[in-house]
Design a protein. Sequence first.
Length: 500
Amino acid sequence: MSGAGGGAARGRFAVVGGGIAGVTCAEKLAAEFPSEDIFLITASPVIKAVTNFKQVSKTLEEFDVEEQPSSLLEKRYPNIRVIQSGVKQLKSDEHKICTEDGKEYIYEKLCLCAGAKPKLIVEGNPYVLGIRDTDSAQAFQKNLAQAERIVVVGNGGIALELVYEIQGCEVIWAIKDKAIGNTFFDAGAAEFLIPKLTAESRETPIKCKRTKYTVEGIEEKGRPTAACDKLGSALGPDWHEGLHLKGTKEFSHKVHIEILCEVKKIHLQQEFIQLQQTSLTFPKGEKDVEPDEVLWPVYVELTNGKIYGCNFIVSATGVVPNVELFLDGNNFAVGEDGGLKVDKHMHTSLPDVYAAGDICTAAWEPSPVWHQMRLWTQARQMGWYAAKCMAADALGESIDTDFSFELFAHITKFFNYKVVVLGKYNAQGLGSDHELMLRCTKGHEYVKVVMQNGRMMGAVLIGETDLEETFENLILNQMDLSAYGEDLLNPDIDIEDYFD
Ligand SMILES: Cc1cc2nc3c(=O)[nH]c(=O)nc-3n(C[C@H](O)[C@H](O)[C@H](O)COP(=O)(O)OP(=O)(O)OC[C@H]3O[C@@H](n4cnc5c(N)ncnc54)[C@H](O)[C@@H]3O)c2cc1C
Ligand SMILES: NC(=O)C1=CN([C@@H]2O[C@H](COP(=O)(O)OP(=O)(O)OC[C@H]3O[C@@H](n4cnc5c(N)ncnc54)[C@H](O)[C@@H]3O)[C@@H](O)[C@H]2O)C=CC1
């Protein structure tokens, strides 16, 4: 890489984004090409590094994420040059990146890892908060500390974590579906989990052991504290464990679930009062959880007719890839979910531009038991594999699809239970032609396997089941299990011995 005095700096490889995908990609490139400078251009003041990586089984992995100053990364890899500035423009036909600080960088190969942002139910409403990075999590915590009641909208990972963790604040949880946690669970698993949610007390959460560098939120009088506009990296597992998620009330946990509904409208206090006084058709709030004595700053009208007053709303309704800026002037193919389409070599539709992590949409023909989900683990795997593909292309070598894309595997924690999801764990895309087998011991474990034509296609394991490795193997080798029938989940049979 050479700085062309005053003009653009030139280099073989550039990566945009200091999250897990970008940092992993830059690290791998730096290791593959120790004599080349690798440009890592990122808008965030800190980078995210994977630490304590543990391969739990063939495809399951666990690791911590640390926010680190970029100097640490440069120390570990002296050929990585971190440029802390947002990308302003990509001129892909010129192989050029322009940054906000007025500099230009010419690359031979580029990997875009700019992540995603929360997909909010409404944009620009100061009472609707999204949670993405350390900054927005802190803004949320600050607002919660003043709150008596909040409404959480959404039924995925963030909502599941929030409703379990929040203390001293009433939570109205509005979900589109019949059962909780639709992105990870079916109704059976949801049923298994519910008692944990309604229990008055929670197990003490493990203390956060990660270093955090944070940016303070900007406060506006009378309105929820807003997170600043800087694009930070996404949080990862256990993000809430260093935060004190407590409202103003003395009680421990109080969650009320509204199922099969969406937000119809959000009314500010003044508008709500006016509508109550002037509109004959507007509900008077009598369907509220309890007749409200207090006036709330904001009111949420649900499609089921109910209206809840609250201090603010959390929109935990998924993410949209950060592509806008890169689309300007560049004819990228974009997936239905708004991500940059990548082929099986993480290559976008434009020459020499790759993408990895939350920003991309996997557009290759996937293995029958793998699908994309915007997760930490996939961000790491994609970043690593994109670097391998960039290296192979640069050297004119061929490369096979990475093994991590053979089987979808995710290990996490919900409601203080260990949760492992494998393959088509919710029978995604299998149509009606599948069977479910269940084993459940209340308060202890929930095991579900998805079978098709005698083969195991997916599994949900909640609790300490110790089955993940065996089931991972059974899904990967697609053995015909018809002969075993219900014995597959018989707790009196040591299934591991059976198949090892
Ligand atoms: C609250 C929360 C909890 C989560 N919990 C889990 C979990 O338990 N398990 C799990 O697997 N996943 C979890 N995830 C998802 C996971 O964090 C993400 O999938 C993953 O971190 C995405 O990594 P990424 O590198 O693709 O993107 P990001 O981490 O978003 O990084 C994007 C990077 O790009 C930079 N950037 C953006 N735009 C520009 C620009 N124009 N110029 C320069 N740089 C730019 C940003 O500053 C940032 O450094 C969670 C997400 C959230 C929000
Ligand atoms: N432990 C884990 O593995 C965790 C993973 N994550 C990841 O972080 C990312 C962001 O998390 P989430 O925002 O929870 O996204 P998500 O994709 O997990 O869930 C989004 C939820 O919002 C619902 N939804 C979408 N639009 C809606 C609307 N207009 N009204 C009501 N509901 C709507 C969806 O049905 C879904 O339940 C995801 O990629 C998620 O997988 C987040 C937290 C924990």
